[in-house]
Design a binder for this molecule. Structure first.
Ligand code: NDP
Length: 375
């Protein structure tokens, strides 16, 4: 596919604004990799609210949610976010642009945007109900955007926002960790070698925590180089045995899910405020299967039951979610520019190779991030 993005095409202009088309990878229906379609005629993003900015995308990255969304994961909840009054027809989300990470340059800003100027280099994680970054341009709220770290290239910067804001939401907002209270804390990361894990290890080490990580044997050296203090190989047998021989933990970040929550909470220090935060939740699956109302009820009931069951044993059970946040990225930029967090780019693809990048994601066994260079 020839995906050169030299220029977008201006169609017409009203006052100062014009509508244009742009190159993008889109899907027109949910499905496998064959649902991905390259087009030069995707709608150019429009500033609808005065606090929005249009960003020219230099680099994007993929996350497991992109593979899921390509197949329809979360479509009920995301459609409700896009169209809360349910006015539009089924399928109005198409053509849908995937891609949650962006590093690029502000091209246009709404009248209320004071913190960013045209030409500023920025990075952001894009909420999944918005059009994504596998395109030449993307529109975002200014409060989702942050100035990009000066020490990183666009390719490196695109590897960080989605996993970083997810880790921030889980560890800081839900887990209660801060740079000032981590020094004596023991943290366990289940699944340390992927996007979220490689970021979380570095942030927690920058904040002085003791970090234990589970991963495959062939990723042990990799996570140690990122700062992990202790590594447990999950491919050698059930990890609960070696982990339960260790001193108990103050917080567990679970990037793996499945049956981990059956044993992991027993590894926490009871009656000390210790928390288990899992990123693998049934929330979107429930709303996909049961519809919004029943799915949300089911989710709330499950969450409350599990939280109560563990609370009486003196530990806290929580779900963690991605939360877009420019201010969180501002704080993360400082740690990055201080040289304490490095971008972990496993593989880089060109804009014409987006389907190959998805194939790589689907194979699993990530060791950091898969990045797409857009322009
Ligand atoms: P990645 O695909 O980047 O990484 C997953 C990593 O886990 C891989 O390195 C994989 O390597 C490793 N792994 C697989 N099985 C195990 C296991 N049993 N024990 C230890 N490690 C294992 O995913 P992300 O880091 O981006 O995301 C992690 C999880 O969090 C995903 O399930 C994702 O969907 C979820 N998530 C949820 C969010 C939310 O809002 N709730 C937001 C972001 C992510 P290998 O197979 O070689 O061991």
């Amino acid at each position: 596919v020839n995906t050169s993005v030299s220029s977008h095409v201006r169609l017409f202009s009203t006052s100062n604004r014009c509508m244009t088309i742009m190159p993008a990878w889109v899907i027109d229906k949910y499905g496998g990799n064959d649902a991905l379609r390259f087009t030069r005629n995707a709608s150019f993003p429009i500033i609808h609210y005065p606090n929005e900015v249009i960003v020219r995308v230099f680099a994007a990255a993929l996350n497991p949610i992109d593979v899921g969304m390509r197949g329809g994961y979360g479509s009920s909840t995301l459609s409700m976010k896009r169209d809360p009054l349910n006015i539009k027809q089924t399928g109005s989300e198409f053509p849908l642009i995937l891609g949650r990470d962006v590093s690029g340059v502000v091209m246009e800003r709404g009248l209320d945007v004071k913190y960013f100027n045209e030409g500023d280099e920025v990075w952001a994680a894009i909420p999944p109900w918005k059009q994504g970054s596998l395109a030449e341009f993307v529109v975002l709220s200014a409060n989702e955007v942050s100035h990009k770290p000066k020490s990183l290239s666009h390719t490196e910067a695109a590897a960080i926002p989605y996993v970083a804001t997810t880790a921030w939401s889980a560890l800081v907002n839900t887990g209660g960790l801060t740079k000032d209270n981590c020094a004596k804390k023991r943290i366990l990361i289940l699944g340390g070698s992927g996007g979220v894990g490689t970021f979380a290890i570095q942030m927690l080490k920058a904040w002085g925590a003791h970090v234990t990580v589970t991963c495959s044997q062939n990723a042990e050296g990799f996570v140690k180089r990122l700062g992990a203090d202790h590594v447990v190989d999950y491919t050698a047998g059930p990890v609960e045995q070696p982990l339960s021989a260790l001193e108990k933990f103050d917080l567990i970040l679970d990037n793996v899910g499945g049956d981990t929550e059956l044993w992991a909470l027993g590894l926490l220090k009871p009656w000390s405020g210790a928390k288990y935060v899992t990123l693998v939740t049934p929330f979107l699956q429930n709303t996909d299967l049961l519809g919004i109302a029943d799915g949300m009820l089911q989710t709330a009931a499950t969450m409350a039951t599990k939280a109560f069951k563990h609370l009486v044993k003196g530990v806290h059970y929580r779900w963690g979610f991605f939360a877009p946040s420019g201010p969180a990225l501002d704080e993360i930029r400082e740690i990055v520019d201080a040289g304490q967090i490095h971008a972990v780019v496993e593989e880089t693809f060109s804009f014409s190779q987006v389907p190959q990048a998805f194939e790589k994601m689907e194979k699993g066994h990530a060791r950091g991030k898969t990045v797409i260079q857009i322009s």
